[in-house]
Design a protein around this ligand. Structure first.
Ligand SMILES: [Zn+2]
Length: 250
């Protein structure tokens, strides 16, 4: 157990021996195995999170390989969640890795997130994020919102009962035809990794009991070299986290 695997991390004052033990006890669910989800999974497993579950309903396609980590040509046609779980087990046999080949929807999301300490957003669509927001706020489970398209991305941790939720930031989802996605705008392969790196750092802070307060929305354009960290506050009349109406879940 006390192998050299985490040596460089254990000597870091931000983590230490005690922090490493905490990570070994942590249970994290990664929702979506796209460009964000695969990069998140790689870092979360290498950091020593004890229990990791990845969820995705898609299969690996050739056009994924430009930006998605942990999978190669041999995985084409396989369920993404299965390919990612196999790669994680090869990277870190000390982590307990499981996977679900299923689409996260209103009828199964509450069951899927039950018992996890943290949920990470690796989705590729906005609607799923609002569903996750409702569910995590309702069940008091922290989650981290993230999105990427073209050359930029953003991420914000959501700490139910402590800070703002996704609907405090964006009250309702922008229609799919207006929002930029990798599908309609393209994507440079460095931005998902950069945003996943920030998202994983926030994840480690939450798991180690040192979440960032007040909560900040981080936005980064990797082509234009612009970075911002903006404080976000709870909205007074947020239907989700103030009024307890879970419209996407119901
Ligand atoms: Zn809210």
């Amino acid at each position: 157990m006390t192998s050299d695997r985490y040596l460089r991390q254990r000597i870091l004052p931000e983590i230490g021996e005690e922090g490493q033990q905490r990570l070994a006890q942590a249970r994290v669910l990664i929702a979506g195995c796209g460009a964000l989800g695969t990069n998140l999974a790689d870092l979360i497993a290498r950091a020593g999170v004890g229990q990791i579950t990845v969820v995705d309903h898609d299969r690996v396609e050739l056009s994924n390989l430009q930006r998605q980590a942990l999978m190669g040509e041999a995985d084409l046609g396989r369920p993404k969640a299965q390919a990612v779980a196999k790669a994680l087990t090869a990277i870190n046999s000390e982590s307990e890795v499981s996977y679900e080949v299923t689409k996260i929807e209103a009828h199964n999301v509450e069951q899927l997130i039950e018992g996890y300490h943290l949920v990470l957003d690796g989705f590729d669509n906005l609607k799923a994020r609002y569903l996750l927001n409702d569910t995590c706020v309702k069940h008091d489970i922290p989650w981290i919102f993230a999105t990427v398209a073209a050359t930029y991305g953003m991420t914000m941790p959501i700490l139910p009962n402590k800070g703002p939720c996704l609907r405090c930031l964006f009250p309702s989802p922008v229609p799919d035809e207006i929002v930029l996605t990798a599908r309609n705008a393209g994507i440079i392969n460095t931005i998902p990794r950069a945003i996943a790196t920030i998202e994983t750092t926030q994840a480690l802070k939450i798991l180690l009991g040192s979440p960032e307060c007040p909560v900040k929305l981080i936005t980064y354009d990797i082509w234009r070299n612009t970075f911002s960290a903006q404080e976000i506050h709870k909205a007074k009349h947020c239907p989700c986290c103030s009024e307890g109406r879970y419209e996407f879940l119901d």
